[in-house]
Design a protein around this ligand. Structure first.
Ligand SMILES: [Zn+2]
Length: 411
């Protein structure tokens, strides 16, 4: 069986308490191919929080070899993500005074999008990417990339060990079961004064937006600033700095270094912890659990009323969260006829579990629905801009969070 169950906290070893079950869910990023059986494997999806450090996390661990074998998330198809990574590279180069001769290692480097921004600034780069197809694509594009799962033992064997000025992990840290081992591996690569920058979705923002669809099997931990600092301290490290960034509905960009590092800004870390109060830990867990059932009921009612009024609903965006939301709400292709996505690798496949087809965005013009449900809601402004013709023709949008509602596109 490729499923194991966590009994203690990934960050501190504390006791876990369950607060939200999203039922038996297929793997969010594993779209079903047309020739595959309609019934796909499902695994329970259960959120817990740690009674000691407040880290929210999944109870389940699906074997990474199964989980990431056919990984389909490619941020370079989004102009929002391209701009985000370029800003991250620019700010890191400036703050860390990176230039020729410095080495940046990106773990979970995908198709090399972030590293290409560093490379353009004259910095040496190395990617580490477990998905074979993505690693090959990066290497072909001139971004040196090792195709492997990252961990302490493999980090020690890399020529980069002890040489990196910066190790980055954007939207990958949360995809790791052994977060402490992963952190130690990053510091195996770093020079004495090197820093580890992680971007993780902010649990406080998830609670504010009620976007429980960010919960999927790949995504094992849901961090607050306090739980990050707790884990750093256990590893003898310092959470030097943290800022909130807009990606994925609100994320934390955390800078971790060895104790006594000159880049420490404890006042900013304290301010962030204060800003998250009431939206993390047991309180946040209670709010998210109640919100998930409310959003489900309201979205079912909204889609039902649009259909009864003669509306035809399609959706935009087939990221992992689309799988989670559609399965949790129990929608079928009678509710949502198809899902448009720009990523050609996804087109022609089906959202697993609910078997809704994924099509090219050109379908929106050729067979216009009356309503587009925004499943990639974090990219809403970009999508509405690209689909201006749909809006100009009177098309309407359905937004799931924080309260399901119908909106007119901006004029
Ligand atoms: Zn803990």
């Amino acid at each position: 069986m490729s499923l194991t169950i966590r009994t203690v906290c990934r960050g501190c070893g504390g006791e876990l308490r369950e607060f939200l079950s999203l039922g038996e869910q297929p793997l969010g990023n594993r779209l079903r191919k047309a020739h595959e059986p309609a019934e796909v494997p499902r695994f329970p999806l259960t959120l817990c929080h740690c009674t000691v450090c407040d880290l929210a996390q999944l109870r389940e661990v699906v074997d990474p070899a199964v989980l990431f074998a056919d990984y389909a998330y490619v941020p370079s198809t989004s102009s929002t993500m391209r701009a985000h990574f370029d800003t991250l590279a620019a700010s890191a180069c400036e703050r860390l005074s990176l230039g020729r001769g410095d080495l940046v290692v990106d773990v979970g480097s995908n198709d090399g999008l972030l590293l290409s921004s560093f490379q353009r600034r004259g910095v040496d780069v190395l990617g580490i990417e477990p998905a074979e197809g993505l690693a090959a694509r990066a290497n072909a594009a001139g971004i040196p990339t090792v195709n492997a799962f990252f961990g302490e033992a493999m980090a020690r064997t890399l020529p980069a060990a002890g040489r990196a000025s910066l190790v980055t992990a954007t939207n990958v840290f949360a995809h790791v079961d052994d977060v402490r081992g992963f952190t130690r591996a990053a510091f195996t690569l770093l020079k004495r004064d090197g820093v580890f920058v992680v971007e993780v979705q902010s649990f406080a923002d998830t609670v504010s937006s009620l976007a429980f669809d960010m919960t999927y099997h790949e995504h094992m931990t849901y961090w607050s600033t306090a739980s990050l600092r707790h884990m750093c301290r256990i590893e003898g490290l310092d959470l030097l700095d943290v800022e909130r960034v807009e990606t994925h509905g609100g994320s934390l960009r955390a800078v971790i270094g060895r104790a006594g590092h000159p880049l420490a800004h404890p006042e900013r870390v304290e301010a962030r912890i204060a800003a998250e109060r009431g939206r993390v830990g047991a309180e946040g867990a209670t709010r998210l659990a109640a919100g998930a059932t409310t959003v489900r009921r309201q979205l079912q009612e909204l889609i039902g009323s649009v259909r009864r009024g003669g509306g035809r609903i399609a959706a935009y965006g087939a990221p992992a969260k689309a799988t989670v939301l559609l399965n949790y709400c129990g929608f079928t292709d009678r509710d949502v006829e198809w899902v448009a996505d720009k990523n050609a690798d996804k087109q022609g496949h089906f959202i697993p579990g609910v078997n809704i087809p994924v099509v090219a965005p050109s379908r929106i013009a050729s067979t216009p629905p009356t309503h587009l449900l925004l499943l990639a809601w974090n990219l809403a402004p970009e999508i509405m801009q690209e689909q201006a013709a749909f809006g100009d023709a009177g098309g309407r949008y359905l937004v799931p969070f924080p309260e399901p509602r119908e909106i007119s596109p901006p004029r």
